[in-house]
Design a protein around this ligand. Structure first.
Ligand SMILES: Nc1nc2c(ncn2[C@@H]2O[C@H](COP(=O)(O)OP(=O)(O)O)[C@@H](O)[C@H]2O)c(=O)[nH]1
Ligand SMILES: [Mg+2]
Length: 201
C-alpha cells in the first residue's frame, strides 16, 4: 500500500473519549512527553508546516488531535505527559486521558513513541514502553531532535537508550529530526511496510 503522507489533513480535536471520531481506518497514535516533538513530527511527515500547531508553551496541548493520512490512516496526537509546569492535578488528568485512550479498544495499529535523543527516558517513558509491551501493541521508538547532536553522538545515544529500554537491536530505534528531516523518509518507509508487509523491502 503506497501512502502519500503529503495528503494529510486535520480532522478535528476531542477533549474526551466520547468526542473521538469513529473510524474504520487503522490508527497510528503518537505518544511521548510534552515538548518532545510530536506536532513537529506530524508536520515533517506531512511536509506541511501549517498542519499541527507547534506549541511554543510546552504542555499546552490538552486535546486529542486527529489527522487523516491519504484516506488510509488515522493519525492521532495524544496529550503529552510529564510536563512539570502544569498542576499535578492537570498532569494526572492529561495522562489519564492518554491511558484511557489506549485502553479504549479503538483500532490502534501502531504507536509511535517519541524520546528526546539527548535525554534518558523518564520513569513515565519507561512505564509507557512497558505498558505497550504488556498490551502487545506494536510500536516504533523514535529518537527526536537528533539535529542537536553530531551523527556519532546520536549513534552512541541510540545504543544507550536502546539498553535503557531493553531493546537489543539499537538499529530499530529511529533517529529523527523534524528540523533537518533526518529519519523522515525512513519513518515513512517503516510505516508503509508496516501496513503492507507483503511488499516491504
Ligand atoms: N532542534 C529541534 N527542535 C525541535 C524538533 N522537533 C521539535 N522541536 C522543538 O521542540 C518544541 C516542541 O515541539 P512540539 O512539536 O510542539 O512538541 P510536542 O509538545 O511533543 O507536540 C518546539 O519548540 C519545536 O520547535 C527537532 O527535530 N529539532
Ligand atoms: Mg504537540
Amino acid at each position: 500500500m503506497a501512502i502519500n503522507f503529503r495528503k494529510t489533513r486535520f480532522i478535528g480535536v476531542a477533549a474526551d473519549l466520547a468526542q473521538c471520531p469513529v473510524s474504520d481506518l487503522p490508527e497510528i497514535v503518537l505518544s511521548g512527553r510534552s515538548n518532545v516533538g510530536k506536532s513537529s513530527l506530524i508536520n515533517a511527515l506531512a511536509d506541511n508546516r501549517q498542519l499541527a500547531k507547534i506549541s511554543s508553551t510546552p504542555g499546552k496541548t490538552r486535546l486529542i488531535i486527529y489527522f487523516n493520512v491519504d484516506e488510509k490512516l488515522l493519525l492521532t496526537d495524544l496529550p503529552g505527559y510529564g510536563f512539570a509546569q502544569v498542576s499535578q492535578q492537570t498532569r494526572v488528568a492529561f495522562s489519564a486521558l492518554a491511558d484511557r485512550y489506549l485502553e479504549s479498544g479503538r483500532p490502534i495499529a501502531l504507536v509511535l513513541h517519541l524520546l528526546d535523543i539527548r535525554h534518558d527516558p523518564s520513569i513515565q517513558d519507561l512505564q509507557m514502553i512497558e505498558w505497550l509491551k504488556s498490551r502487545n501493541l506494536e510500536s516504533f521508538v523514535i529518537l527526536s531532535k537528533s539535529d542537536k547532536l553530531s551523527r556519532s553522538q546520536a549513534l552512541r545515544r541510540r545504543k544507550e537508550i536502546a539498553a535503557a529500554i531493553g531493546v537489543d537491536q539499537p538499529g530499530s530505534l529511529i533517529i529523527l529530526s523534524a528540523q533537518n528531516k533526518t529519519g523522515i523518509d525512513e519513518l515513512r518507509a517503516r510505516i508503509t511496510s508496516f501496513f503492507s508487509p507483503e511488499t516491504s523491502s
